[in-house]
Design a protein around this ligand. Structure first.
Ligand code: NAP
Length: 255
């Protein structure tokens, strides 16, 4: 990470899905700033391994983000250890290639909606109650440009991410009187395991890069900076917004 500072020293930050990819990058950057970091994921062993790559002594809690009892237990553990929560990053998300809606199985719909939307709701609800009580806090959710542009095979994922952006606006309006800012970041493709089948294929990567004015696919660090900015006091008068981080991909269209 380059040496930009965001002033997160001493903040308590929960990053969902912090065991790899964008979530791990955000957790590492926040911990390097001196934040007390909490990460979650479904597998304790993976979390413990990730924790070794994060400064300080991050709390690594196994939690399936769409299971209400597990989310309740995770927030109880955070409050027990730190007594507060300053930052929530709703980072968990997944996509399974989906057929056209006319052919879509309801089970697949539910699975994608639950991981991307229900999880963000369950965590935001808990964070909102804590932050309202302390009269401060920041919530940052990771959306996707697929939530803004209908993308083949990412239809349900796109519906869920569009809803995450509306969740962001609703929460921002509700929590504004309590000095809590709620925003989102919408990346296009980022080089993580999630999207490796695309950028890992040379031919596909070239095709994708040709659609991006800045000429390359995002690295995790490209997403980490906007997330840290939105979680910082520098963003204190920004709320209900989604920053699109796509190298310009969605400002152009082919002739
Ligand atoms: N990579 C991209 O191209 C891209 C583009 C746009 C938006 N995004 C969004 O960015 C976010 C992060 O993506 P990424 O690429 O970093 O993903 P990733 O590399 O697949 O990492 C996902 C993280 O979430 C955890 N996770 C997954 N399902 C979970 C669940 N149900 N409960 C708890 N933890 C869960 C994973 O750990 P376990 O598997 O061990 O649970 C892992 O830590 C997602 O919201 C994604 O939609 C990604």
């Amino acid at each position: 990470m380059s040496e930009i500072k965001y002033g997160l020293d001493g903040k308590v930050a929960l990053i969902t899905g912090g065991s790899r990819g964008i979530g791990l990058g955000v957790a590492q950057a926040m911990a390097a700033e001196g934040a007390n970091v909490v990460i979650c994921g479904r597998k304790q062993q993976t979390l413990d391994e990730a924790a070794q790559a994060i400064d300080g002594q991050p709390l690594a809690l196994a939690c399936h983000i769409a299971k209400e009892d597990q989310v309740e237990a995770m927030f109880a553990a955070v409050v027990e250890k730190f007594g507060r929560l300053d930052i929530l990053v709703n980072n968990v998300g997944m996509n399974l290639m989906s057929p056209q809606l006319a052919d879509l199985d309801y089970g697949l719909w539910s699975k994608i909606i639950q991981s991307n939307l229900d999880g963000a709701f369950l965590c935001s609800r808990k964070a909102a109650a804590i932050m309202r009580g302390q009269n401060s806090g920041k919530i940052v959710s990771i959306s996707s440009v697929a939530g803004r542009i209908a993308t083949p095979a990412m239809t349900v994922y796109g519906v869920a991410k569009a809803a995450v952006e509306m969740l962001t606006k609703v929460l921002a309006a509700e929590l504004a009187p309590h000095n809590v800012q709620v925003n989102a970041v919408a990346p296009a493709m980022v080089k993580t395991g999630f999207s490796a089948p695309f950028w890992g294929n040379d031919e596909l990567r070239c095709k994708i890069e040709a659609t991006i004015p800045l000429g390359r696919i995002a690295e995790v660090e490209d997403i980490v900076h906007p997330v840290l900015f939105l979680a910082s006091q520098g963003a204190r008068f920004i709320t209900g917004q989604t920053i699109v981080v796509d190298g310009g991909a969605t400002i152009t269209q082919p002739l």
